[in-house]
Design a protein around this ligand. Structure first.
Ligand code: MSP
Length: 547
């Protein structure tokens, strides 16, 4: 009992690290753009655990299930709304399982605990006098679930018909007049400006500037509508004490970040270690305004601090256009012609947060083959295979190797460089730095010709040195790669029989008197870390279909 209390109080005392993904609309199955938001957040939480293993990490994700779009999608699928939402929500759960997105909490906006949180939050806004009722009219985009100002509308001809669309998203808008509850957004312009001037609050800085520009340039900063008539949007949470009105889906959705941590129950939040404000909300650039203006204003109005950081990423495109259901160019992750580790690697390695990245199967296969199969996998197979390593050992380092200098220098620099890249969310630089070390290791291995050393009795200690230095490179690279490709890195470290896998275990053996100086047995058996992917698409699809 005393131990339980002690554990409980230490859990309470330590503030957790709280990172979130956006919650995903269930109006369509997931595509690789959605997966991108999730793997960015997952890499962040894995890095956090790597550098502070004692830190309690809360990593939330989930599905956004209310609103007109969902109503329409369920109708089209000819399924009841609850059944439809269950189906797509489960697809997301499965996706995250397949791609090693290791969340601690999965929230669905149709859950009872969320209705409670939203109702409470609404009442707080009302109590603090930030909500009032008014007539409202404007251009409404169902796809964006938002009213669009006149200045952001243009005309287009589609299917021979002239229609009005939102300039930013390209989605059609329709004129809507209704009686709504309004939120006093205008009261927050100055507060938002102050918050947005805090260094690093929106990362990369480009997006922080965009938000500040929105506040500066828009000639007026209107109040926003936060309810819809229930007659139109019935699949939503009702406004407390007004059955005629449903709560605006974006207000509903944003509150998920509070529901997850037990809001509004103070004891529940205490038990979770009071993780508000959230440390990082990962979001895509299309939802920047909702997270960078609406969400902090809602929170301030409810007398809660805004998040510590919004981490915003650009998009994955196909042939240069944004992937989306309406453009019919979405790539479902399971259709990618490569195993999950390869796609996850491409998403983090082949993108930068500020710029769009273009997806293609060729790019996926090329990167997976050249980096995961050839540079990493092949080296691991050669070191661990019975041909060059018949004793199946990670040999001790008994003497320095004179020609290993460039490799050792590269490996010595790797931990600090990658720490900085992870801290700056520059995942591609982590992969680059790791690949640089692995190229050096391949070069060293080739030059030292261990297949010749193994046949000469007098060269055994030299062979051991070559194997040690190469395997040590693999060990260090494996640890560093864990946030990017956890499954693959885990298999590599298992094979090398590496038990300690934290950031503090990164120091290469030659730097530390206390590091691996004992010969260790490695796991035996045939070892292919990452098989090369065939470029023959027909073969591939056939193979996948028969699997
Ligand atoms: N439900 C809202 C978020 C509410 S959070 C309180 C939503 N859902 S979404 O399913 O449309 O998008 C979820 C995430 O996927 C967003 O971060 C969005 O930017 C991301 N992506 C959707 N398409 C994308 C690409 N083509 N590329 C990269 N990410 C994109 O918005």
């Amino acid at each position: 009992m005393r131990l339980t209390l002690r554990l409980l109080s230490s859990a309470i005392a330590k503030r957790p690290f709280y990172v979130t993904t956006p919650i995903f609309y269930v109006n369509a199955p997931p595509h690789i753009g959605h997966l991108y938001s999730a793997v960015v957040a997952d890499a962040i939480q894995r890095f956090e655990k790597l550098i502070s293993p004692d830190c309690n990490v809360i990593f939330s994700t989930g599905t956004d299930e209310h609103g007109t779009k969902i109503q329409q999608a369920a109708l089209k699928a000819n399924l009841s709304l609850p059944h439809y939402c269950d189906t797509v929500s489960n697809e997301y759960r499965q996706l995250f399982k397949d791609f090693d997105v290791e969340y601690t909490d999965f929230i669905r906006t149709t859950e009872e605990r969320h209705t409670k949180a939203v109702t409470h939050f609404w009442n707080e806004l009302l109590k603090n006098d930030y909500i009032y009722k008014a007539k409202y009219s404007g251009w409404y985009s169902v796809n964006d679930e938002a009213f669009v100002p006149e200045t952001h509308i243009k005309e287009e001809i589609r299917d021979g018909e002239k229609i009005k669309v939102a300039t930013d998203s390209g989605h059609p808008v329709e004129w809507t007049e209704e009686s709504n509850y309004m939120f006093r957004m205008s009261a927050f312009r100055t507060h938002l400006q102050e918050w947005l001037r805090t260094d690093g609050v929106v990362t990369p800085a480009k997006y922080q500037k965009q938000l500040l520009d929105m506040l500066r340039n828009d000639t007026y900063f209107p109040d926003i509508s936060v309810s819809r008539p229930s007659s139109r949007v019935h699949w939503a949470i009702r406004v407390p004490n007004d059955e005629e009105q449903s709560i605006y889906v974006w207000l509903d959705a944003l509150i998920n970040y509070l529901t997850v941590i037990g809001y509004p129950d103070d004891d529940a939040m205490k038990l979770r270690g009071r993780p508000w404000p959230a440390d990082v909300h990962v979001i895509g650039k299309d939802i920047l305004k909702f997270h960078g203006l609406y969400w902090p204003a809602f929170l301030m109005a409810a007398r809660r601090p805004p998040p510590r950081r919004l981490l915003c990423h650009a998009h994955w495109t196909v042939d240069g256009s944004k992937m989306s259901k309406s453009r019919r160019n979405a790539v479902p992750p399971r259709r990618a012609p490569a195993p999950p580790a390869a796609l996850r690697y491409l998403l983090l390695r082949g993108s930068t947060l500020p710029h769009d990245a273009n997806y293609s199967e060729t790019k996926l296969i090329n990167i997976a083959n050249s980096e995961l199969a050839d540079t990493l996998g092949n080296l691991a197979s050669r070191c661990c295979g019975a041909a060059l390593n018949p004793r199946q050992e990670f040999p001790a380092l008994r003497r320095p190797h004179p020609r290993a200098r460039p490799l050792r220098d590269a490996l010595d620099r790797l931990p600090d460089a990658c720490y900085e890249h992870y801290t700056n969310y520059e995942f591609y630089k982590v992969a680059d730095a790791v690949m640089h070390c692995l190229h050096q290791a391949n070069l060293f291995f080739e030059t030292e010709r261990p297949w010749e050393l193994k046949n000469r009795a007098e060269c055994q200690s030299e062979l051991d040195a070559v194997l040690h230095i190469t395997m040590e490179t693999l060990r260090v690279c494996g640890i560093v790669l864990q946030p990017l490709v956890p499954g693959l890195a885990g298999r590599l470290l298992d094979r090398l029989a590496v038990a300690e896998r934290g950031w503090r275990d990164l120091r290469p053996s030659w730097q530390a008197a206390d590091a691996i100086h004992e010969t260790r047995r490695i796991q035996g058996g045939k070892f292919v870390l990452f098989p090369r992917i065939s470029k023959d698409k027909d073969n591939l699809h056939k193979k996948q279909a028969s699997a």
